[in-house]
Design a protein around this ligand. Structure first.
Ligand SMILES: [Zn+2]
Length: 166
């Protein structure tokens, strides 16, 4: 009797696990094949507006940088700042990374990349620390960035390519 119940129990767990696994597969598929939801897009817009205002207030610069959410970025990158061959400045956010933490992407990554974009805009193309110079750090902090660490190991500054992640 006991063994019988134990068997049922394991069968139950196996079925439950399978259902959960399928659910996660579908969930992942849906996420990968759809746009970010409106609530997240709205939050990004709000933060963009906030950063534009802060940039004007603190640096007297009135400039809108396009922010593109792309799933073509390598997964190690949360975001990137791109200065194209035809001198356009574009901020990219890695769509795949939104799945882990929306807050992190908006509060940490966006100001970080925004600071790189402002460096481009003010003709600072330093290679110091792969773009993470003291000046960049100052700008990042002025933009209320939470991740303005100069000694991080990532190559999120991209200069001189076109259509990098399109
Ligand atoms: Zn960076």
């Amino acid at each position: 009797m006991f063994l019988n119940n134990l068997n049922k129990f394991f069968l139950f767990i196996t079925i439950l696990g399978t259902i959960l696994f399928i659910y996660l597969l579908i969930d992942n598929y849906k996420f990968n094949n759809s746009k970010l939801n409106d609530e997240i897009l709205h939050k990004i817009k709000q933060k963009q507006f906030y950063l534009e205002n802060l940039t004007y207030k603190k640096f007297g610069i009135s400039k809108k940088f396009p922010i593109i959410i792309s799933d073509k970025l390598p997964s190690r990158l949360f975001g990137a700042a791109v200065f194209t061959n035809d001198q356009k400045i574009i901020i990219y956010l890695n769509k795949k990374r939104f799945k882990e933490s929306v807050e992190y992407m908006i509060e940490d990554v966006l100001p970080h990349e925004y600071a790189h974009a402002l460096m481009f805009y003010t003709n600072n193309f330093t290679e110091e620390n792969a773009g993470h110079s003291k000046k960049w750090q100052k700008i990042c902090k002025a933009l209320d960035g939470l991740r303005c660490d100069r000694f991080v190991n990532h190559n999120d500054v991209i200069i001189g390519k076109t259509n990098f992640f399109d």
